[in-house]
Design a protein around this ligand. Sequence first.
Ligand code: CUA
Length: 335
Amino acid sequence: MFTYALNALLQVQVPGITERRITDIFKPLATPGEAERQAAFLTLAITGAIFIVVGGLIIYTVWRFRRRADDDSRQEPPQVYGSNQIEAAWTIIPILIVFVLIGVSARVIASVQNASPPPKALKIRLIGHQWWWEVQYPDYGIVTANEIHVPATPDGKNATYLELTSVDVIHSFWIPQLAGKMDLIPNRTNYMWIDPREPGVYVGNCAEYCGTQHANMLLRVIAQAPQDFKTWTLGQQQPAGNDAQASGAKAMFNSLACVNCHLVRGTPSVGKFGPDLTHLMSRQTIGAGVLVNDAKNLRAWVNDPQEAKPGCFMPSMKLTDHELDEVVSYLQSLK
Ligand code: CUA
């Protein structure tokens, strides 16, 4: 299954946009990620120094007091009482170090969490599902899945604010180059924000074990130049494509159980359990990043989602070849 996910993550190329395939926490490209990197480096430096001192003393002691040929094994070594000064020092110094680390962490967390959104900030509501992400843009009336389009903001002024919640179990939003992890918890709303500095696709995944397909709950943040983002929102606000050539296919789709779980705006398909399909073909991947969104994969997915994503809640509908052809051609009309 890992190869599926990796394939989809690595294959999709968007013309004219950089794909950030390396999810390197040490190369952040957003303010929260940068603040956290500094805290991480400080912690690494302090704990690294402690490791070298303690490890060095252990190596020195093992070598210095190793067994010698002339050791007298019948005699106990001299018994000494410890040193009050040394004991006080190795109690107080670690306490001080712990307080420094607590202080630094608390300051970074507060600086990220207490930043209030500017009045015109883009708001996104992100809802965790087993095993996909629902992405709502309340101010635009857009609903999509698994791929979060946001404006890139080289000056950091157009940050995107996210409200995170879940409909089932706890999930965790994690795009390593943008920010630390934040849980999506049922009956609770968590907040976080991202301000990608450069346009590109930032990949991430669910970071809290949430069941069988946790590892295939992949995420893409697509940061676009403000103009491209605007174009995207205008496209998403359009009603679902109503391709006359696909009308037979549409009728077929609407006669099948697909409509109970999926929404296609302005059609009889009004289910809310699975991802919104209104503009399915505008997404690069399907199955929450498991497969590249092309005709072949779409057909394989509809035929039996359990093949690519065993245990997922979309069943194989056991469609005939003809039904499959029709459903896929309808889905492909949803541009
Ligand atoms: Cu959702 Cu792990």
